[in-house]
Design a protein around this ligand. Structure first.
Ligand code: RIB
Ligand code: CA
Length: 310
């Protein structure tokens, strides 16, 4: 079966770390062209170091890791340290690695890698943090659009926010960048809170990972134990938001959604960062598939099998 070529843009971040593990366990289906960091959950130095160590820890030494945007396009940077901790990965201490950063100018590197794809080959962008890098890529290197098949992103919500009453964190962190991406006209799969709040592991499943002797399972158990305390807020599962993007790519049958046109509130008012999802019949075009259904047992089975395989 032909592999799907992807580029992962992330702000690790505990759920980003699980998404990277899902990708590392799916290399029979996914060709990972590269990984870029973006300031979000933590500052650029932290998320970049975490991305570098996670790539090595998961056995992705061959995948280039680059540093992307150090701050949003316009907004003053604000992290989510209360959720992911000062390190960005909770209490988990990953082994150091001598894997070098492939570039300190990640957006230019991403553009170059995409343009170098053979004639007729396309890729899927998988952003799971603020959309700063993706907006810069589309604006500064518009010629890459022809090689972007679609964008499968974690962000947004059609049903209320998590960082504010109406805004999800990734969109809230850089609303202007998100508006550029959602209005780009490219096909988008939006893995927003409507589906990610239903997608995660039960406490007993996290505890089982924590008890594991296997380094990756144990590390993910450590991260999710921290994350469950800081992010569950009475939910039955620890929501592993970012992992939905990768599992959508490997197991799309687990998910369902509705097509919409999406605009981002970029005002400085109460709804700043809100994704306004227009699903009305009369609206056209509707280039965004907003996921809102998941087969949770199926999601958990695939996730745990993938974690066990690394
Ligand atoms: O709202 C959840 C999103 O914000 C996830 O990507 C998480 O990593 C944080 O960045
Ligand atoms: Ca993230």
């Amino acid at each position: 079966m032909k592999k799907t070529t992807i580029w992962i843009d992330c702000d690790p971040g505990i759920d980003d770390a699980v998404a990277l593990a899902m990708a590392a366990a799916s290399r029979d289906q996914l060709r990972i062209l590269g990984i870029s960091s973006v300031a979000g959950n933590q500052v650029s130095d932290r998320v970049t170091e975490n991305a570098r160590r996670l790539a090595a820890f998961y056995g992705m030494e061959d995948v280039p890791v680059v540093r992307g945007a150090r701050e949003p396009l316009l907004k003053v940077p604000e992290t989510a340290a209360s959720v992911h901790g000062e390190s960005g990965l909770g209490n988990c201490r990953l082994p150091d690695t001598d894997k070098p950063l492939a570039s300190e100018n990640g957006v230019a590197y991403m553009a170059q890698a995409i343009e170098a794809l053979p004639e007729g080959e396309t890729l899927t962008l998988v952003p799971v943090g603020p959309l700063t890098n993706i907006a810069l890529l589309l604006k500064v290197f518009p010629q890459v659009r022809a090689k972007i098949e679609r964008i499968v992103l974690m962000g947004g919500s059609a049903s209320g926010g998590n960082h504010s009453a109406s805004a999800e964190f990734n969109i809230w962190a850089d609303p202007e960048a998100a508006q550029i991406v959602f209005q780009s006209g490219l096909p988008i799969v939006m893995c927003g809170l409507d589906v990610t709040h239903q997608s995660g592991l039960y406490p007993e499943q996290v505890e089982a990972l924590l008890r594991s002797e296997k380094p990756v399972e144990h590390a993910v158990g450590e991260m999710l134990s921290f994350y469950a305390d800081t992010s569950s807020r009475g939910r039955t599962v620890a929501c592993i938001h970012d992992a939905v993007t990768i599992l959508y790519l490997t197991n799309p049958e687990l998910f369902g959604g509705e097509w919409a046109s999406v605009q981002v509130d970029c005002t400085n008012d109460i709804n700043r960062g809100m994704t306004v999802c227009d699903r009305r019949a009369k609206t056209s075009p509707k280039p965004v598939l907003v996921l809102n259904q998941v087969d949770l047992p199926g999601f958990q089975k695939v996730m745990l099998e993938k974690l066990a395989s690394i």
